[in-house]
Ligand binder design. Structure first.
Ligand code: NDP
Ligand code: MG
Ligand code: MG
Length: 340
């Protein structure tokens, strides 16, 4: 069993005595800034001039600075802007103001693992990566819980990186749920694999393929939507609370027998072989290269795929059905949810 850390293992005085600049106030940024602030930590939000999210930060009682101002003020600079803009922010607005004794923090290891950001040796580099969307990092904290996090230390000139990362994890509520040691390489590679193969890519394709199969066979799209998308949440709640066994326990015996016999016909050896190829592209850096090149080219393929995904039948019927379920929209606002 891996070493896990909980509230009692973290020294909260470390983060309480650390000035934390949070770059970005989106999904993760707003959650870290507000949770840390509520935990008694000195926080400044760092954004570009005229930033739309800056108004939200001010409205929540947080002080907003420019990135260079925040870097000049902070002990710990946490990168919570999108991965794809972090290199530019670092090169232009962080590196020129960075000095010995400061720490850079990340919630995902991409830019360090793929050497997009290469900090000097006298700057510490740590990671606190919540294993959940930002809006849940905030919501679970407000409810007295937390989202688990992985922590890692890449560069540690003063030998305090691990204790600082654990203390930060306490500040955002993660030591309530459990914190695990990792490395930048492991976090980056498993995170990319998980979101591509299981959580975001695999799941969305599974839903769409199931929905389309039913609709093409002449069943009502509304019925296909409830079956293949809406009910996913109810099943995932069972998995979340009691694992696969909890799900098998709660579904009917008919579902259990059908699932156990048919599931392996959906995820076949060919699917597993493709999973291994996707993992190899993550490990050898070719996925990272592809993403960086796509961004540099102005996102032509990304934009096209996004538009295509929005126009799908499952999205159209879903929007209508969800508009009749107002209780859904109160808890998760789409603008606050992004990434995996
Ligand atoms: P978001 O896309 O939600 O970040 C948007 C924020 O970044 C906005 O406040 C935006 O400001 C700001 N921003 C964008 N460009 C710039 C810029 N050039 N200069 C300054 N600020 C800028 O990011 P996420 O929260 O999704 O991701 C942040 C990090 O957390 C990433 O490393 C990601 O991998 C990681 N992560 C994310 C998870 C998630 O739940 N989304 C889960 C776990 C880790 P503006 O209003 O000006 O556009
Ligand atoms: Mg993830
Ligand atoms: Mg991710």
């Amino acid at each position: 069993m891996a070493q896990m850390y909980y509230d009692k293992d973290a020294d909260s005085s470390i983060i309480s005595g650390t000035r934390v600049a949070i770059i970005g106030y989106g999904s993760q940024g707003h959650a870290h800034a507000l949770n840390l602030s509520d935990s008694g930590v000195q926080v400044r939000v760092a954004l570009r001039p005229g930033s739309a999210s800056g108004e939200k930060a001010w409205a929540s009682g947080l002080e907003v600075l420019s990135v260079p101002e925040a870097v000049a003020w902070a002990d710990l600079i946490m990168f919570l802007a999108p991965d794809t803009v972090q290199k530019q922010i670092y090169d232009e607005q962080v590196a020129p103001h960075l000095g010995k004794g400061q720490t850079l923090g990340f919630a995902h290891g991409f830019n360090i693992r793929y050497q997009q950001i290469v900090p000097p040796d006298d700057v510490a580099v740590i990671m606190v990566a919540p294993k959940g969307p930002g809006h849940l990092v905030r919501r679970t904290y407000e409810e007295g819980g937390g989202v688990p996090s992985l922590i890692a230390v890449e560069n540690d000139p003063e030998g305090v990186g691990h204790a600082l990362a654990l203390s930060y994890a306490w500040g955002i509520g993660s030591t309530k749920a459990g914190v695990l040691d990792t490395t930048f390489a492991e976090e980056t590679e498993t995170d990319l694999f998980g979101e591509q193969v299981v959580l975001c890519g695999g799941l969305s394709e599974l839903i769409v393929a199931g929905f389309t199969t039913l609709v093409e066979a002449g069943y009502q799209p509304e019925s296909a939507y409830f079956e293949c998308l809406h009910e996913m949440k109810l099943i995932v709640d069972l998995l979340y609370e009691n694992g696969l066994a909890g799900m098998w326990f709660s579904v009917s015996e008919t579902a259990e027998y059908g699932g156990l016999t048919r599931g392996p016909r959906v995820v076949t050896e060919a699917t597993r072989a493709e999973m291994r190829r996707i993992l190899a592209e993550i490990q050898d850096g070719s996925f990272a290269r592809e993403l960086i090149d796509e961004m540099a080219a102005g996102r032509p393929r990304f934009n096209q795929l996004r538009e295509q995904a929005k126009g799908q039948a499952v999205e159209q019927v879903g929007a209508t059905l969800r508009s009749m379920m107002p209780f859904l929209s109160t808890k998760s606002k789409l603008t606050e949810v992004s990434g995996g």
